[in-house]
Design a protein around this ligand. Structure first.
Ligand code: PAF
Length: 287
C-alpha cells in the first residue's frame, strides 16, 4: 500500500490509476477507523479495481468549541487496517499541505445543509464540502463511499457532486452497529460505561419511531414526541434534534412524508452523537 503525504504525488498516482482501470474508489475519512469505515473500504475494493483512502482531521469542519484537539488520532493502526482490507493507496496530508497559509476559498454548501446539523453546527458543512471538493481534485476518483450514519453529510455531498459537476459516483453505505444497536462512531471512544449505556437510547428511540410508523402512525409531532420521551427516559436531556423528515430534501411536514427518515443528535456529557433510521425501509430487527 502506498502512503502519500503530498498532494502532487497522490494526484500523480491517481491519474496513473485512472488510465489503467475503469473504476477507482475513494474513501475519505478522518481516521480513528472502525468497522464502519472498513465496510466502506471493503465496498470500494469489491466495486472498483483500485481503492484510495484519505485520513485527514479537517479543521475547517470543527467549530472553535468542538473536539478538534482531542479528536482521536490512531494513524499506525489505521494504516494497518487499510492495508489489511486491500487499499492500494492512502493520502495522509498534514494541515499545511491541505490548507496553504492565507487559505480563504470555500465551497458554499447546498440548501440541504441549512437544516438539522446546519442549525447546530453553522460552518460545519462548509468545511466538509470544501475538504471533499479538494479531495476530489487531488484524488480524482470515479466512485466515492460515505456512510449512512452521517446521512445529512451524504445528502450535502450528493448535491455538491451533482451541482458542481464532479461526476463522481457516490455510494452511501449502511450504518454499521455494535450488537446492541449503537451506531459505530469514532466519538464512541469518548463515552464512559454509563454514557455508552445511555447512548443506546438513540437507537431505541429510532426503532420506536419506525415501529409506530409501520403500525400506521402518520403524525410527525407524535413520532417526535415519542422519540424525545425515549431519550429522556434513557437519561439523555440535551437533545439538539429528534425529528422525522423527508429523506430526499430533509424538509419537515406535519404528516409524515412518503420517504421518512428519523434523525437524532444528542449529547452525552461532552460527546455529541448522531444517528438515523429510515422508517419505511430499514428493517427493525437488523437496523
Ligand atoms: O465523515 C467524515 O469522516 C468527514 O466529514 C469527511 C467526509 C472525511 C470530511 O472530512
Amino acid at each position: 500500500m502506498q502512503v502519500f503525504k503530498e498532494k502532487e504525488a497522490a494526484r500523480r498516482w491517481m491519474f496513473q490509476q485512472r488510465c489503467a482501470v475503469d473504476a477507482i474508489g475513494l474513501v475519505p475519512t478522518m481516521g480513528a477507523l472502525h468497522e464502519g469505515h472498513l465496510s466502506l473500504v471493503r465496498r470500494s475494493v469489491r466495486r472498483c479495481q483500485a481503492t484510495a483512502a484519505s485520513i485527514f482531521v479537517n479543521p475547517t469542519q470543527f467549530a472553535p468549541d468542538e473536539d478538534l484537539a482531542r479528536y482521536p488520532r490512531t494513524l499506525e493502526s489505521d494504516l494497518e487496517m487499510l492495508a489489511g482490507c486491500g487499499v492500494d493507496a492512502v493520502f495522509v496530508p498534514d494541515t499545511e499541505e491541505m490548507y496553504s497559509s492565507g487559505f480563504s476559498t470555500y465551497v458554499q454548501p447546498p440548501k440541504v445543509a441549512l437544516r438539522l446539523e446546519g442549525k447546530h453546527r453553522p460552518d460545519h458543512f462548509r468545511g466538509v464540502t470544501t475538504v471533499v471538493a479538494k479531495l476530489f481534485h487531488v484524488l480524482p476518483c470515479t466512485h466515492a463511499f460515505f456512510g449512512h450514519k452521517d446521512y445529512q453529510q451524504a445528502c450535502v455531498l450528493e448535491h455538491m457532486n451533482r451541482e458542481l459537476d464532479f461526476g463522481v459516483d457516490i455510494e452511501v453505505c449502511p450504518t454499521v452497529r455494535d450488537a446492541d444497536g449503537l451506531a459505530l462512531s469514532s466519538r464512541n471512544r469518548y463515552l464512559s460505561g454509563d454514557q455508552r449505556s445511555r447512548a443506546l437510547s438513540l437507537i431505541r428511540a429510532l426503532r420506536q419511531a419506525a415501529e409506530r410508523y409501520q403500525n400506521g402512525e402518520r403524525s410527525t409531532a407524535a413520532l417526535e414526541r415519542g422519540m424525545r420521551a425515549v431519550l429522556q427516559a434513557g437519561g439523555i436531556n440535551r437533545i439538539d434534534y429528534a425529528t422525522v423528515v423527508d429523506a430526499d430534501n430533509l424538509t419537515s411536514h406535519s404528516t409524515v412524508p412518503e420517504q421518512p427518515i428519523a434523525l437524532i443528535a444528542a449529547h452525552l456529557g461532552g460527546t455529541r452523537l448522531i444517528d438515523n433510521l429510515r422508517l419505511d425501509t430499514d428493517s427493525l430487527a437488523t437496523a
